[in-house]
Design a protein around this ligand. Structure first.
Ligand code: SF4
Length: 367
């Protein structure tokens, strides 16, 4: 039993404290200015496993290019992926696009209102459906993302039990989230819980002294949880091949970069454009253009970039997907992998991203 969840008066007081704190401290984020279910849906998909600071800039560009569900549905997939480039987990963008096309064709562009109907669309699971339905339409459903899960575990003093497995704990957390949810203001309550987890009850150094839930919290700080899976390491190398453009020479010095499209049957980032992979991950020092680390899911890639002349590409690169020479001004708008974009920025072939959209060192790319 927790300190409070057996007492309706205590639950009401907790809700009140949390909502007052949220009214005073909520960050000014672009998607919070809109009650449009489409805008809320896009933001919720982008925010899955991606930091808010990275999402803000991408969200604004995405909504400028696709201001309505119909605009998104009518766009080619490559344009959608290009605007998603760097956010990672590209499957999210594909499913968002597919769902928009389905809603445009079958529902006149109107998203379903209820969470159980939203869940029937591609890419919308329990979390997203509850978030959109509660925030846009006030459906009383609790949202449990990683931040909320951490807040509730600390609040109740729970930790993952390796004997019972994570599923039993997850069920307990969902039940508690449902009991605490304010049925009168479910959208605000859900956003307040997520905000608290993101800004106060952070994974490290929670700010318990300013937390509106501190009076009810069993742990008031970090407590033991199961260790994260260790990262694996791999060494890879890619060709950076640049030439003076042969066709339209406008923009960015008229240069072209050689890119290769990942085959459609790949499970990881199918259809995205990247630099041609080299057969040999060892690169002679005089050919080495740069080295960098790039994390994808649980793998740290130690990447070597080699300058390769046009005539040598076939001999050095892995034979694979379709290759094309892309003018730099065009390449920057293509659906590039996060790694390819990072290399082209570091090689000063692309302009650097806006400062507030930079991820911290070690931010992982998602497939
Ligand atoms: S008191 Fe501390 S540990 Fe408990 S919910 Fe608040 S910030 Fe998290």
């Amino acid at each position: 039993m927790t300190k409070f969840d057996d007492d309706p008066a205590k639950i009401a007081a907790l809700r009140g404290r949390l909502l007052r704190w949220y009214a005073e401290h909520a960050r000014d984020l672009p998607w919070r200015k809109s009650a449009d279910p489409y805008a809320i849906w896009v933001s919720e998909i982008m925010l899955q496993q991606t930091r808010v600071a990275v999402v803000v800039d991408r969200y604004q560009k995405f909504m400028k290019r696709f201001p309505t569900l119909i605009a998104l549905a009518l766009a080619p997939e490559q344009s959608v992926l290009a605007l998603w480039s760097g956010l990672g987990y590209y499957r999210r963008a594909r499913l968002l696009h597919k769902a928009a096309q389905f809603v445009a064709e079958n529902r006149g562009g109107n998203l379903p209102v209820r969470a159980d109907e939203l869940r029937l669309l591609p890419g919308i699971g329990a979390y997203t459906a509850a978030a959109v339905a509660s925030i846009a339409h006030g459906e009383p459903l609790a949202v449990v993302d990683g931040n909320v899960e951490r807040v509730l575990c600390r609040l109740a003093g729970w930790q993952a039990d390796s004997r019972k497995g994570p599923t039993a704990l997850r069920r307990k957390i969902e039940k508690l989230a449902g009991r605490l949810l304010d049925p009168a203001r479910p959208g605000d309550f859900n956003q307040a819980m997520m905000e608290l987890g993101a800004t106060v009850c952070a994974p490290r150094n929670p700010q318990c002294l300013v937390c509106p839930l501190a009076a009810d919290c069993k742990t008031r700080g970090e407590h033991k949880t199961l260790p994260r899976a260790p990262m694996m390491s791999r060494e890879v190398a890619y060709a950076l091949s640049v030439r003076i453009g042969t066709g339209d020479r406008r923009g960015l010095g008229g240069r072209e970069v050689l890119l290769e499209q990942r085959p459609a049957h790949e499970t990881v980032m199918p259809g995205m454009w990247e630099l041609p992979a080299l057969v040999d991950s060892h690169v002679p020092p005089k050919e080495l253009r740069m080295t960098l680390r790039h994390a994808i899911m649980q793998v740290n890639y130690y990447v070597r970039i080699r300058t390769v002349f046009e005539d040598d590409v076939d001999a050095l690169a892995v034979a694979g997907g379709e290759r094309r020479w892309a003018p730099l001004h065009e390449a920057s708008a293509m659906a590039l992998t996060g790694l390819a974009r990072k290399v082209l920025v570091r090689a000063r072939l692309f302009p650097p991203p806006a400062l507030d959209s930079l991820a911290p060192a070690g931010n992982r790319e998602k497939v």
